[in-house]
Design a protein around this ligand. Structure first.
Ligand SMILES: [Zn+2]
Ligand SMILES: [Zn+2]
Length: 213
């Protein structure tokens, strides 16, 4: 099966790029087209993806990828694609991170993670992105009490702030995302339960989730 896809990278921390060298559709079909988008403010997008595959980090380099890969630099802007408008804005995260608002005829999806609350400019950016969205995917890595006690300045958020954002922005459905690596299923179930006492349409993201607007 062949096809094309746009891939938006919010930033280049490992947890957001390390899956790319293992993504089979990049290798197995010359009729696949991928369009990668991110800011090259700190380092070029193509360079970042190429460099994580150089000797001795990975056994093959990007020339082994049969698919067509194209790279596009985006900053804080509003760009029209075939059937979608993408608005990007900076969030509050070490070394920077873009949040994306995807507007289609069928609905609006916002992907806004990684982000730490408490900075007036970025707090405003986030709410502008999320305004009236059908689905908001937001950073809820820590528990509120964990964040307050020992995770300030780490660039992430918690479910209680996610509730604030969804209510203040008028977004409809909230998906809690960017789970802490130490979170187990029980902790995530508890986060969903706690959050649902404040807002009815909330769930934690699960591996394999597909969102169709
Ligand atoms: Zn990060
Ligand atoms: Zn991250």
């Amino acid at each position: 099966m062949c096809g094309s896809a746009h891939v938006f990278l919010s930033h280049f921390h490992w947890d957001h790029i390390q899956g790319i060298p293992f993504f089979l559709p990049l290798y197995d079909n010359p009729d696949n087209y991928f369009f990668f988008h991110s800011s090259s403010r700190t380092r070029g997008l193509q360079r970042v993806i190429e460099e994580q595959m150089v000797d001795p980090y990975f056994p093959v380099d990007m020339s082994e990828m049969a698919a067509h890969c194209n790279f596009y630099d985006i900053e804080e802007e509003r760009v029209a694609f075939d059937d979608c408008i993408v608005q990007s804005m900076w969030l509050n995260h070490p070394q920077g991170c873009l949040g994306f608002r995807m507007e289609t005829a069928n609905g609006i999806l916002v992907y806004a993670t990684d982000n730490e609350p408490g900075h007036p400019v970025f707090d405003r950016n986030l709410r502008r992105l999320a305004e009236g969205a059908d689905v908001l995917i937001y950073d809820a890595q820590y528990l509120p009490e964990e964040y307050a006690a020992k995770r300030r300045g780490w660039g992430h958020s918690h479910w209680r702030e996610a509730i604030n954002v969804v209510m203040e922005s008028g977004a409809k459905e909230l998906v809690l995302y960017h789970h802490d690596p130490d979170s187990d299923d029980e902790r995530l179930d508890n986060i969903q339960k706690s959050a649902s006492e404040y807002y009815h349409k909330v769930r934690v993201a699960r591996e394999g989730d597909v969102i169709i607007l």
